[in-house]
Every structure is written in structure tokens, then in C-alpha cells.
Design a protein around this ligand. Sequence first.
Ligand code: GLY
Ligand code: MN
Ligand code: MN
Length: 463
Amino acid sequence: MLSPLAPYAQRRAHLAALLGQDGIAIIPTAPERQRNRDSDFLYRHDSYFYYLTGFTEPSAVLIVTSDGRATVFCQPKDLEREIWDGIRLGPDAAPAALAVDAAYSIAELDTQVPKLLENKANVWYPFATHQGLEGQIESWLTKVRARVRYGALCPEVQRDLCGVLDEMRLVKDEQEQATMRRAAQISAGAHIRAMQRCARMLRAGEDVREYHLDAELLHEFRQHGSQYPAYGSIVAAGANACVLHYRADAAPIREGELVLIDAGCELDGYASDITRTFPANGCFTGPQRALYDLVHASQEAAIAATFAGARFTDPHEATVAVLAQGLLDVGLLDANLVGNAQDVIDKRAYFQFYMHRTGHWLGMDVHDCGGYNEPSEVGNATERRDPLSNELIQSRPSRILRAGMVLTIEPGLYVRPAPGVPEKFHNIGIRIEDDAIVTATGCELISRGVPVAAGEIEAVMRG
Ligand code: GLY
Ligand code: MN
Ligand code: MN
């Protein structure tokens, strides 16, 4: 059986091989952040650091060199601090616990790192990611330069580590996929729980608030071992669903309204990201159902366009094609004013009701790292004018999907009252979001533990 540390060691070995002759990579974890006075925000490690170590303590730095050696700097053992803040791994135990070659106290960073930098050619670190890191590296390089007259070589090249690690993180290995499946399964259960509580409270004539459903989500996340939500949960009643970055607040949830929940847990460092929109009392009205079925159909088209070899933008284009025709069919757009479905696409007339993209990479970060252009085709840039803003836009061929990439598929429609918009659709906001692992022949939807078809949602809410 593989040691649970094996994936981290493999990733470090892979990284070492990409650093070039005499390369050295410096990867700090995230700092602790003050919330107010002496309270900190709940600590969350840095995703790059975690990807390479599996280590979740604050105040730690990983160094990888191109000869494959890994060194960790971590908090020293300190009984007084451990009584207050919790057990620390400490540098003595770190080499065995993290399968690294050496470990030091973080207090030794300024004395040890210059020694590690000596005689190296390239220094790699994540650019513009850790406040103050550039300054620290400069001070370490200054120390190395002071030793040049004794024959030491000082690195001459600084390189951004983000691109290299982003490419590695973009394709998820088996272990990562398994964690993401579990995260999505927990989140799916949380959505069901919130839907059912909503209908139950309304049936009992109780005052339902957005925070009641937020509480259900959190309960289910923690109940199954998730550490925290992967992002601020959106629980939006009625018109609030048309605010894309709304957060669960205190608004009442009323009979006849839709509720949009966009929430996913983080499990062992990996995010899930699910949106469901459901009728508060468990029964869609006619206009709600018409728009819901349209968004659902557009999502199915996007799913069919998601497979290894397709482009990242294909699911978006498939969504937009269905929405463009649907907006004309339901009367949200007037063919006499905007023309046919192709005109709606060409003029971006759908943008009034659908103003975001259909997905993003998903992984350790909810909007995960990874380039959206195909690396082998970045030279093929074309220019076009945006039909709405008239801005000149440079675009490059979109990323070709590969098995193991994970992305969300999340079309929506958001209808704000406006001249010409039929009143029966006013303030309806709908988004349906699922998480997909790309496979050779299609994609595996890992978030379908919560139903998506309107009739199935109604059935779940009767339960
Ligand atoms: N929850 C953030 C997003 O859907 O992109
Ligand atoms: Mn998303
Ligand atoms: Mn989301």
C-alpha cells in the first residue's frame, strides 16, 4: 500500500525536475490573519504549500531544490504556546512525518535559507502571492552576495513558480479526485437538507429565514467531517437571487418564491461548489418552471459538450446557444427587436439575463488555479470588438480539456425588472451548478447526489 505521504513526495519530485539546473523553489504557507483585536480568522493553509506537503500548520516554509531535496521550516516545539494554541509538529518530528529530507525551526529561516540559495542559479517562488516575500528573498540574496568574494555563486534568475504549480494542479490525481467526490457528496446532502427544512418550516407556518437554511448547510458539512465551507454560502430568497455575490442573510423566505443556494464544503483541502434553485414551498409556479427548465436544458447541453479534447469554452457556448433560443421562446427577448438566436449570440443580447461564464476550474481553491488558454497555442491571438462595450478584446484559443481536469458547469438566468421584461418573470434568479471531472468520453458529475430536474426537486421537498 502507498504511504499517505507518497503523493506529496511525488509532487515534490515532479516539481524538482521542472526547476532546471541548480534551481531552488521557496513556498511559504499562508499567514495567520487578524479578524479583530486578539481574534484571528479561522486559519487556512496556502494551497500550493499544502499540495506539496499535506501540512496544515501556520508559519511554515517549504524549500525544494532541483536535486530533489526537500526542507521544511516549521514552528518549534514550545510547551507554553502549545498549551494555548495546540500541538505543533516541530522540526525534530517533521522529516519523518512529512517525508522531507531536513527540517528547521521557522526562527532559523534567515540563517538557513541564504545557505540553501548559495551556488544556485534560479530562484523560484510564487510571484505576487505572499505579501513581503519578495523583500525577504531580496534580503536572503543580499546575504549570499556578501559571500561572493569567498567564491560563492549568487542566483541570477528569479522565476514565478505559480505557472509551474498551476499546471500540475490543473489535472487532479486519483487521490484528489476521491477527496473531491466525497466533498461533493457531503455538499449534495447539505443542499437536500436545506431544501427539506425550507418546505417543512413553510408547511408548519413558521417564519423561515435565509440563515435557517445556512445553518442546515453548516450542520451537514461539519457532521460529515468537512472543515469549513469552501466559500461564503449564498442563500438567496426571491429577488436576492439576482445579486450574484449575495450571502446568506436574514431575509424571510416566502411561499411562491424561489430560493437559490450556492454552497459547498471544503474537505481535506478540496472544494466543492454546488448551486440549486428550488421553490420555497416545494412547487414551482408556471413562469418559474419555464425558466428553470430552460436553465436545466442549457446545463445539459453544456454537460454534453464537456469531454477530453473539447475546449474549455465549449460548454459555455453550448449553454448560450440554448439560452439564446429559449429567451426568445419564453418572451424575455423580442425577436422583432433582437433578431434570431444567432443574432442574440452575436450581439450578446442574452447578457441582460446571463452575465457570467458557465464554469471555472475547481480544486483546492473554489476558483482553482490553471490557465484558461491552451499553452501550445498562446501565440495564436486574435482581436475582436465586444458588441456591447465596443472594447477591443484579445483572445487566444481556449484550453483543451484533459481527463482529470475538474470544472463547474453553472448556467443561470437572472431577471431584474426592466422595460419590456414580462412581469411574471420579474425577480426570478436561477442558477444550477454541478462539479464535473473530465473523462476521456465525457464527464463524471460528482455533485448529482442532489437532484436537478424540477420534478425530482419537488419530490425531494415533499419528503
Ligand atoms: N460559488 C462561487 C461560484 O460559483 O463560482
Ligand atoms: Mn462556481
Ligand atoms: Mn458556486
